[in-house]
Design a protein around this ligand. Structure first.
Ligand SMILES: Cc1cc2nc3c(=O)[nH]c(=O)nc-3n(C[C@H](O)[C@H](O)[C@H](O)COP(=O)(O)OP(=O)(O)OC[C@H]3O[C@@H](n4cnc5c(N)ncnc54)[C@H](O)[C@@H]3O)c2cc1C
Length: 221
């Protein structure tokens, strides 16, 4: 499972490009302080991983590094990029790339929730007409974008007519500790549903990379 499509629209993706290290890396980063080393993960090592996570010894987890290629709507990326410490990113530049971008169109709409400051309420019934507003807005934006380019406007200015729902893509490298923090903050109920889908995709991929570490880190850091 190296690629997931969090938005389930055939456009979005989270692809695990590479990972460096595993559960044993975490264990040995911690055991070096006692001048010890494990060659095969045993029950004592698993207990150690649990102890490290429970006592916020985050540095041994930061020796596992992950690189993802992610394609997400701009408005989700804007939230995602708030996670800064330990994250490195390189993003497609719309100063150079002037092909029409993919644009996210929701499958369902959620009601505004008047009882909470952030978030949304129940799914709307019969939202077909409202969903059409999203696609017609996307079509119009793309048309305007193409028109401006055709008229000789530079891509770096023409892009400003594109909507927040347009997809952007980037490479992102961070440590396991970084992803533990990001997933904790972006999977919990206050995070926006669309950001939660991406964090959940990363969450489910990390289970197979570092099963023991991730089982204790998820929801903790
Ligand atoms: C549900 C939700 C709603 C949000 N709403 C908003 C919003 O309305 N507006 C907005 O701007 N942001 C908002 N954010 C973003 C939020 O404020 C954080 O910027 C974001 O969650 C990243 O947190 P982080 O701990 O991963 O930060 P990172 O920047 O990755 O930092 C990691 C950790 O390093 C430490 N650290 C980092 N910088 C410093 C520093 N300068 N001094 C001391 N310690 C530091 C902190 O312990 C921090 O937790 C929201 C986040 C969530 C999850």
């Amino acid at each position: 499972m190296n690629t997931l499509d969090p938005m389930q629209d055939g456009k979005s993706f989270v692809t695990l490009i590479s990972s460096m290290g595993d559960d044993l890396t975490v264990v040995n980063a911690a055991r070096v302080s006692m001048d010890k080393r494990s060659t095969q993960l045993c029950d004592r090592d698993i207990s150690l991983i649990r102890y490290l996570a429970e006592h916020d010894h985050w540095t041994p987890f930061s020796h596992v590094m992950l690189t993802f290629h992610i394609k997400m709507p701009l408005f989700v990326a804007r939230q995602w990029f708030k996670h800064t410490v330990g994250f490195t990113r390189n993003e497609v530049s719309r100063r150079y790339v002037d092909t029409p971008p993919d644009i996210w169109i929701p499958h369902v709409l959620r009601r505004r929730a008047y009882t909470i400051k952030q978030g949304s309420g129940a799914e709307m019934d019969d939202a077909q007409e409202l969903l059409h507003t999203f696609s017609s807005n996307a079509d119009q934006s793309l048309e305007d974008y193409e028109y401006l380019l055709e008229m000789g406007v530079c891509p770096e200015q023409a892009r400003s007519v594109l909507p927040q729902g347009m997809y952007t893509e980037f490479y992102e490298t961070a440590s396991l500790s970084g992803y533990a923090r990001l997933c904790k903050l972006r999977i919990e109920g206050h995070a926006q549903e669309e950001a939660r889908l991406y964090a959940s995709a990363i969450d489910s991929m990390l289970v197979s990379v570092v099963p023991e570490s991730w089982s204790v880190l998820r929801g903790r850091s």
